[in-house]
Write a protein that binds this ligand. Structure first.
Ligand SMILES: [Zn+2]
Length: 177
């Protein structure tokens, strides 16, 4: 499953990939005792979570590519009608792109809103897992895995407050566990 992670840094992470790598290394180490993820990326499926209604990574033209299943036609000519949903029999249909001819590429562009000062983060922001990066590579993980802050009725700002943290920066990430 993919989960929404927010990573808190005290300072603005100039090189966010490096900073995240450093912070998450022990949690991503295969077979390591602290491992709880096997993949992560900055933004990913949750890109735009800091700016709801403003940015949708699946609508960003930079993230779209021609659908490989229908070659961009919106119709899978390789599939006979028998495989199509009833409403689409005899009509163009592609289950990969829903007929748009475009799909979202795996490597999405970096969205600048995914790195945001805590002062500008909405009190409604929630996530599954919050990683608080202390000095150097030391990090504290709140709610790893599927439980999620949301189901605890907590926002990211609530969780930071509970951890006595003020200011800093939040980075949206997507991880697989
Ligand atoms: Zn298609």
């Amino acid at each position: 499953m993919h989960y929404h992670m927010e990573i808190w840094f005290r300072e603005y992470p100039k090189d966010v990939d490096k900073a995240a790598e450093k912070a998450l290394k022990r949690y991503a180490k295969e077979g390591g005792k602290d491992q709880f993820l096997d993949y992560y990326t900055i933004g990913g499926r949750w890109s735009g979570a800091h700016t709801p209604g403003e940015y949708n990574p699946t609508k960003d033209p930079a993230n779209l590519e021609t659908c490989h299943y229908c070659n961009g036609t919106g119709n899978r000519e390789d599939l006979p009608d028998a495989y199509k949903p009833n409403d689409y029999k005899g009509k163009p249909w592609c289950n990969a792109c829903q007929g748009t001819g475009q799909t979202v590429r795996h490597n999405r562009r970096r969205y600048e809103g995914d790195i945001m000062s805590v002062d500008h983060v909405s009190p409604n922001l929630t996530c599954a897992t919050l990683v608080i990066v202390k000095a150097g590579s030391r990090a504290r993980v709140i709610n790893e895995g599927s439980v999620g802050l949301t189901s605890e009725g907590m926002s990211v700002l609530d969780a930071l407050q509970e951890a006595n943290i003020k200011g800093g920066w939040l980075v949206t990430a997507d991880y697989h566990s």
